[in-house]
Design a binder for this molecule. Structure first.
Ligand code: SF4
Length: 169
């Protein structure tokens, strides 16, 4: 039977698209991420960005929002390697905001180390995506309740994943 007690969040949605095993491990709190240098770098970048921003960083429930303006909710990512994952994570945040009466467009900005230009993608939440999000949330809940850990399959992004050693070494 499906439980209503699992809290899906934006990170889990991102991982669900990137790798179901990563989603499972993170969601079930086999959480090695605190030791991951990359995650620490990500956090530091996030803090710097928040300080540089003229807008105050806001946090609503379990979501951290980099920047909220009158028109956009902006998320800054280090790489556009997994665009789908980043998009659905941001759609999820837009949906949570909308449920609180805050309707915004999403803006994803990719700041890549070796690229001079920043790439931006604008997202608008519609009924189709909202329904898909419901479905994704249900699928994640089912995944996390399963007794079977999804198998490790090497893919782009594994080397940057906090579970890399756990999966492959
Ligand atoms: S290392 Fe690769 S296979 Fe293992 S959890 Fe991370 S992304 Fe998934």
């Amino acid at each position: 039977m499906k439980s209503n007690h699992i809290r899906v969040n934006g990170t889990l949605i991102n991982y669900y698209f990137h790798c179901k095993r990563q989603c499972y491990l993170h969601g079930n709190r086999l959480n090695l991420e605190d030791n991951s240098e990359l995650v620490q770098i990500g956090r530091a970048m996030h803090e710097v960005k928040a300080q540089e921003s003229e807008h105050t960083e806001v946090a609503i429930e379990n979501i951290r929002l980099d920047k909220l303006t009158a028109e956009y909710l902006t998320e800054i990512k280090k790489s556009d390697a997994d665009m789908e994952a980043a998009k659905w994570q941001l759609y999820y945040y837009l949906k949570i905001l909308k449920e609180k009466g805050i309707v915004r467009k999403g803006r994803l900005i990719f700041v890549e180390k070796n690229k001079a230009k920043k790439a931006a993608v604008i997202l608008e939440l519609d009924d189709v995506q909202e329904q898909k999000l419901e479905q994704i949330q249900t699928e994640i809940e089912e995944l996390l309740l399963s007794d079977e850990v999804p198998k490790a399959e090497e893919k782009a992004g594994c080397k940057k994943c906090a579970y890399y050693e756990y999966c492959f070494i």
